[in-house]
Design a binder for this molecule. Structure first.
Ligand SMILES: [Zn+2]
Length: 273
């Protein structure tokens, strides 16, 4: 699409924790699969120096720097160097861009727990905790954060949003990568679709330019638990579509460090917002 100087750029980043690349396809994840035609969808190997845990992988995705930069090697973020390497939501917020952070389930991303928050600053910050320790409660938290984020996206259209869904990862840890894991991924994909629909139903959508990024942090072992460098664990993925990304383009994200620069570039000029 052609962008006039007045077209305001928006970016929606959806993080879906722990979705294996080999699970993606038109049957289980049709919405995410559709990015392959609308923009790109491709595997993203987790860097050899990065433990395949949520903490370091999301930190690399959010900051654009690796473990040697942000200093996070596990799910307790204590001792991090995020002050020197801030996340993309914080960078945009400090530039005066209206931002939304909406996180389900995993507290250190959004709250001052376990050395967090990984995302330091946001114009609007929402966190939905599971009501109890159960797979059903994690699913309900993902559902609640999706509904909340969708209503904010449709009404306020923040210039930059990060929405995080955590339930698929929890199912993978507890039950392994079987039928329940596939169903959790199917539910997450449907939620991604609702967030995209919310963006498109915004009152000024026709005058806005939206880039959408969907990304995971790592995969899972067949049998559950926590893996290491196995290909099914150490292969993440990323998908994106929007202005400047040609339909069916080759992947513009081939390492986790490339997510944050792409997000901030897609936001364009951060002044005058
Ligand atoms: Zn994870």
């Amino acid at each position: 699409m052609l962008l006039s100087a007045k077209t305001l750029r928006h970016v929606l980043v959806i993080g879906v924790d722990g979705v294996r690349f080999d699970l993606l396809g038109p049957e289980v994840t049709p919405v995410i699969w559709g990015f392959g035609a609308a923009g790109f969808l491709g595997p993203v190997p987790v860097d050899e120096t990065t433990p395949t845990w949520s903490g370091p992988c999301w930190a690399t995705i959010a900051t654009g720097t690796g473990v040697d930069g942000h200093g996070i090697t596990g799910n307790d973020l204590t001792g991090h160097r995020l002050a020197e390497h801030p996340d993309f939501v914080t960078v945009a917020t400090r530039a005066g861009v209206p931002t939304l952070l909406a996180v389900s389930g995993w507290a250190p991303l959004a709250l001052a727990e376990d050395g967090g928050p990984l995302f330091a600053e946001a114009t609007r910050r929402e966190f939905v905790a599971p009501s109890e320790v159960s797979l059903e409660a994690w699913d309900a938290a993902d559902e609640a954060v999706t509904a909340l984020a969708a209503s904010i996206l449709a009404r306020e259209a923040p210039r930059l949003s990060f929405v995080y869904l955590g339930a698929v990862d929890v199912v993978g840890h507890v039950l392994g990568a079987g039928s329940a894991y596939r169903e959790a991924a199917r539910a997450a994909d449907e939620r991604v679709g609702r967030l995209l629909f919310a963006v498109q139903s915004g009152p000024s959508f026709a005058d806005e330019a939206w880039t959408t990024v969907v990304v995971t942090d790592h995969g899972h072992l067949d049998q559950g638990g926590h893996g290491g460098r196995e290909p099914e664990v150490a292969t993440a993925w990323a998908a994106a579509a929007g202005p400047g990304i040609q339909p069916g383009d080759q992947a513009l994200i081939t390492s986790q460090e490339q997510v944050a620069p792409l997000v901030l570039a897609a936001l364009g000029d951060m002044s005058g917002s």
